[in-house]
Design a protein around this ligand. Structure first.
Ligand SMILES: [Zn+2]
Length: 231
């Protein structure tokens, strides 16, 4: 494993050489340690991240033990480099439960507390995670191959090909315009009901109420509501 000084020098070099590597945050050097520890491939499926830019873009920093292990969140030995599918499939899998409880941590026993994993714990956790991710990849492969087969059984698409020139694409038909009175009718009816109810309630209380908009109670003229909306 590289020393912290070496990693800091490498991080500076990368940040000077490429915008992509201007990483910030508490785990910057630890993540770089994770990226540098196991070569240029996904630790789970061996995908080569140096093949092209899209492969490089697919690199993710994976927490060997999930984020619930807050004490070792940025411990360099808790970080590895995985591709998006492996990282997603692994999710918050807890490999620690699979390690023996009765061994000393130095011999690869289960992590219990403290800011660091031992080298043996790192190796054994990684080996347990690899087995689990391989199982999950296999399950997902079956699901996706079934999905792909179902998709490919659809009849050919009726959408225009993406190469069609813009001026050949017909604009959508305009929506039919409704007369303004039709649009306002429901509002007018609602206001009439509300005002009539108000007048009724006032009447029950022995009050004589007039509305400034409708005149005497219960006498809302046709179109009174529309007048209030369209000055
Ligand atoms: Zn992978």
């Amino acid at each position: 494993m590289k020393t912290e000084e070496q990693l800091i020098a490498e991080a500076k070099h990368l940040a000077r050489a490429a915008k992509y590597f201007k990483w910030t945050g508490p785990g910057r050097i630890s993540a770089l340690a994770g990226w540098r520890r196991h070569g240029n491939c996904c630790v789970y499926c061996d995908k080569d991240f140096t093949k092209d830019w899209e492969a490089m873009f697919d690199s993710h920093t994976d927490h060997l033990l999930p984020r619930s292990y807050n004490e070792i969140l940025w411990d360099p030995r808790n970080l590895v480099r995985g591709c998006w599918p492996c990282n997603t499939l692994k999710n918050d899998y807890d490999a620690n439960r699979e390690l023996p409880e009765d061994k000393l941590p130095e011999d690869g026993g289960r992590y219990t507390s403290g800011p660091h994993l031992t080298r043996r714990q790192h190796e054994e956790l990684l080996s347990v995670c690899r087995i689990e991710v391989a199982k999950r990849r296999e399950r997902q492969r079956a699901i996706m191959e079934e999905a792909l087969s179902a998709w490919n059984s659809l009849p050919p698409s009726v959408s225009p090909p993406p190469s069609m020139a813009l001026d050949e694409v017909q604009p959508p038909a305009p929506l039919p315009m409704l007369p303004i009175a039709d649009l306002l009718a429901p509002i007018s009816e609602l206001q009439e009901v509300t005002l009539a109810d108000t007048a009724k309630g006032a009447d029950e209380n022995g009050l004589d109420v007039e509305s400034p908009e409708t005149g005497p109670r219960g006498a809302a003229p046709p179109g009174a509501g529309t007048a209030a909306v369209t000055p």
